[in-house]
Design a protein around this ligand. Sequence first.
Ligand code: UT7
Length: 353
Amino acid sequence: MRRAAITGWGDYTPPAVLTNEDLASVIDTTDEWIRSRSGIKERRISHVSNAEMATAAARQALAAADLAAEEMDLIIVATCSPDRAVPSVAAYVQRQLGGLGATMDLNAACSGFVYAMSVANGMIAAGTVERALIIGAERLSSFLDLQDRSTAVLFGDGAGAVVVEATEGPHGLLSSNLHSDGSLTEILTIRGAGTEGVFEAEVPLTVDMEGREVFRNAVTRMSEGAVVAIDNAGLQVEDIDVLISHQANIRIIDATARRLNVDPDTVYTNIHAYGNTSAASIPIALSEALDRGVVSPGDVLAMVAFGGGLTWGALVLRWGDRVERLRTVDHDLPGTEKTGLEVLASRVQGLGI
Ligand code: UT7
């Protein structure tokens, strides 16, 4: 059976750090509250555009696979924070890197990377695509509402990318399971950033979230999705070597792992360092896990995500033989000496610093 196998990976996490203490200096919150309720200690704030982050992660992934952008038949950027409505972030990535393959953005909120992998796998299985670049990239700090402490402390910026190639071998994506419950659109929504905000001045930019409802649904739906995906792959929960969940809240990740009854040692987390980077969180975690030697040849990986929609999804894949990058490249983006708070202050009015 022809399917997608990951042969390259990369990430870009902006250098400007925004700590819990920094946030506590401008809004009514504490490091203790944020850490105990979410597991987040700090997050990154981007001084460059979404497309620049996406391109930086993609460059690394292409080098790791030792492939050129011109060899990509498809670029998908999973994002809900594109720089512009048109063209897509993916088109800008192609503008930077080259090539004439198809480009598109995919918005399934925080489930976007899992969705995009499944879409690419379907196109590979159908024979229309040989190689694709799948990127998760978000600049959610653009939506940060400092008036709302319940959401302002959760999100961060970053990008992760993988190169997938068609394989007939035993490795690659074994199964995927995608769902959405449209009756829950209002429990997690960003208002004022779409066309309603263009025509209706009274629609302010806000992240509206019923945290507890999202939490409850996330745990139930991600574990249900994972069970189905594992079963469809012909495997058991005990076969999972590495579980990478969307990094939204350490309590959600732990509760999902407990519900699934997976060995806690298989769960990879980095939410403490980056917060919730939405569609970027899984590919950043994957890239980091590979570079830290967490993934071994032949390992079975499960990836689970949930997000606004309410969307959710799970992937199960078997890793191939290679867990090292074929080539490495340094990021070529301009750096910044600013802290995360200073980058934010340059965009957010009334921050008072
Ligand atoms: O990618 C998907 C994105 N969304 C999520 O994953 C969100 C899922 N939900 C969650 O992660 C959690 O619900 C939160 C971390 C958002 C909140 O944790 P919680 O344990 O559900 O807290 P809560 O919303 O029930 O709030 C508890 C208290 C409230 O005060 P009262 O009413 O008990 O007096 C809040 O006003 O904590 C207060 N609170 C804060 N206090 C200090 C809310 N935000 C903050 C804050 N600092 N930043």
